[in-house]
Design a protein around this ligand. Structure first.
Ligand code: AKG
Length: 283
């Protein structure tokens, strides 16, 4: 009973769009992201991201951290991930595989769901890529929701879940460090099914590293339900996979998708730079 509803076709005058699957992911050409982004281009970029949920650009050879910040500003303010290594520019995190502290890169997740206002999106640039491998995958969590059984939809309707960074990021920290971070980042609750603020679609909003418990259920029931729900992101029909080249750029709608960085290239090196875009509370 899997359905993959198509996206509404918008008119694009500047961007050339090549869908990579029927519902998630499009490669975009016709734009040099090192040039100033005017309002017409910004509007098309926002529309493309809304329709395709993750959009890709290749060969952005002149793209600097300044352009990275300007591109993220099309959607909002940069938000620093408190657990990521800092880059040379404020707001830009540098993710080098040998410096990456935790394995959340190879767990399906949405960025910063442990915050009261999770990131709206992220902009990721490939700086150094391995000779083979190192792809990233994204899963469309609205399609993942649509394809739940009617019984499951009824069961999760109105439920909320706790999201917490401690079981994942905290596993590498001392008790004292955790206690200090805890004040700024308490555990938060979000609905299990959210409404995407722009598309209005229902989105399944639980993820493996950060969603720790479903409110109001016993521990065993909560664990069993979460185990089942997080599997939705792993279904290939809901996904797109992107092979990076140096100076490829991806932007994703972090409310609509989860992502997974494939960890298959050891001992080669892979360096990425990421800006997360600050979000608003979910409903
Ligand atoms: C993240 O930015 O949250 C990641 O998981 C990294 C994605 C990637 O390096 O492909």
């Amino acid at each position: 009973n899997r359905t993959t509803p198509g996206s509404p076709e918008a008119e694009f005058r500047i961007l050339a769009i090549r869908p990579l699957t029927p519902h998630i992911g499009a490669e975009i050409s016709g734009v040099d992201l090192s040039q100033p982004i005017g309002e017409d281009l910004a509007a098309e970029l926002r529309q493309a991201l809304l329709e395709w949920k993750v959009i890709f650009f290749r060969d952005q050879h002149r793209f600097t951290s300044g352009h990275h910040l300007a591109l993220a500003a099309v959607w909002g303010e940069p938000e620093v991930n408190p657990f990521f290594p800092k880059g040379d520019t404020v707001g830009v995190s540098r993710l080098a595989k040998d410096a990456m502290a935790i394995g959340n890169e190879n767990i399906w997740h949405s960025d910063h769901s442990f915050m009261a206002a999770p990131a709206l999106g992220s902009v990721l640039r490939a700086v150094e890529v391995p000779p083979a491998g190192g792809d990233t995958m994204w899963a469309d969590m609205a399609v993942a929701y649509d394809n739940l059984s009617e019984e499951m939809k009824a069961r999760i309707d109105g439920l909320t879940a706790v999201h917490d960074w401690v079981p994942s990021w905290g596993s590498l920290m001392t008790e004292e460090q955790i206690a200090r971070m805890r004040e700024a980042l308490p555990a938060v609750e979000h609905p299990v099914v959210i409404r995407h603020p722009q598309s209005g679609r229902k989105v399944l909003y639980v993820n493996e590293p950060f969603t720790t418990r479903i409110v109001g259920l016993s521990d065993a029931e909560s664990r069993e339900l979460l185990c089942e729900l997080v599997l939705q992101a792993r279904i290939p029909e809901f996904q797109v996979r992107f092979h990076w080249q140096p100076d490829s750029v991806a932007i994703w709608d972090n409310i609509a998708v989860q992502h997974y960085a494939i960890n298959d290239y050891y001992p080669q090196r892979r360096v990425m730079e990421r800006i997360a875009i600050a979000g608003v509370p979910l409903s």
